[in-house]
Design a protein around this ligand. Structure first.
Ligand code: NAD
Ligand code: MG
Length: 296
């Protein structure tokens, strides 16, 4: 297989549907996915673009967060890995990859729905690394609810507490430590712009993330802190078999212009760019990474 840096047809670069039927319970496990996702473990090569930086990555055990944590370390950053306690085994693999890249890793299991956990994540990172200057807020949950008749307040509370509140809590806790040149990168979704009918709770949170990104970019501009986001299309991560019914998994990604889902490693470069000083004039933007599907 050619390297990810070799020009080639992106449509055929990674597996296409149909995929084998598979279902998991949340939060899901990458080792149960068929085909195995690519998080850059053997494919991503860094070039020092984040040398000396100190990053927090949430959702860092699996999927997009795992790919971002690996890429940040290979670009020269120390990385604090936030994940749920039941994901510890996957997170340990990421920590080993961060350390193999010559960087420090901090393992931080905890439920970010609790403000004190968000504050502790920042405090522990500062204590371990001597500061923090990149926040990649990637953790998320995605329950599906087919009908408004099945709407439950607890579901919306859970989605907002997981997907929205940590933006405020982590940024507030990190604020005293963020110096000019620091960067915050959020994870919205194509769902925040073109919602699917069964994802109303999730989609409204993802629209909120893109909106928060615009507000916070203006608020923090005078302090020299940039705030941007990424809006992925369909990506081959455990979130999908954990929350989406099997028949949709078999054809997952076929709706994109490429006809395939993205691999987590394909999301890493925009997260690296937005965290790095190369993006000095980019703030308040959410970059769509969708395999050719327009996002408005
Ligand atoms: P993933 O399941 O690998 O990652 C989600 C992570 O969120 C989990 O690993 C878990 O560590 C973390 N998480 C969930 N609830 C948490 C909580 N209460 N406290 C702490 N951590 C918690 O799946 P992924 O697809 O890589 O998801 C990462 C982000 O990408 C999510 O925000 C998701 O909405 C977004 N996204 C995914 C897709 C896709 O198709 N996979 C598309 C668009 C956006
Ligand atoms: Mg996970």
């Amino acid at each position: 297989m050619p390297s990810i840096y070799t020009p080639q047809d992106p449509v055929r670069q990674y597996p296409n549907p149909p995929f084998p039927a598979q279902q998991q319970s949340a939060p899901g496990d990458i080792r149960k996915m068929d085909p195995a996702p690519d998080h850059g473990e053997t494919s991503y090569i860094g070039s020092g673009r984040l040398a000396g930086r100190k990053a927090i990555v949430t959702g860092a055990d699996s999927g997009i967060g795992r790919a971002v944590a690996i890429a940040y370390a290979r670009e020269g950053a120390d990385v604090a890995l936030s994940y749920l306690a039941e994901e510890h085994e996957q997170a340990k693999e990421v920590a080993a990859l961060v350390e193999a890249a010559g960087q420090r890793a901090l393992l931080f299991p905890g439920d970010l729905q609790d403000e004190t956990v968000d504050a502790a994540l920042v405090a522990k990172t500062v204590e371990s690394f001597g500061g923090v200057d990149i926040l990649a807020i990637i953790a998320g949950t995605m329950p599906t609810v087919d009908s408004i008749d099945d709407f439950e307040t607890e579901t919306l509370d859970h989605v907002l507490k997981t997907n929205i509140y940590p933006l405020f809590w982590l940024t507030k806790a990190a604020s005293p430590h963020l110096k000019p040149g620091a960067a915050i990168v959020t994870c919205s979704s194509i769902q925040g712009f073109q919602p699917s009918p069964a994802l109303a709770e999730y989609a409204v949170s993802k629209a909120g993330i893109a909106n928060w990104t615009r507000a916070m970019a203006q608020q923090l501009a005078e302090r020299g802190i940039r705030v941007n986001g990424v809006a992925p299309g369909p990506v081959w991560t455990p979130l999908q078999p954990a929350f989406v019914p099997n028949e949709k998994i078999e054809s997952f990604g076929s709706e994109s212009a490429y006809g395939r889902p993205g691999q987590p490693v394909e999301l890493a470069p925009p997260f690296v760019l937005l965290a790095s000083q190369e993006a000095s004039y980019i703030s308040g933007e959410t970059i769509a990474v969708t395999g050719g599907t327009p996002v408005h």
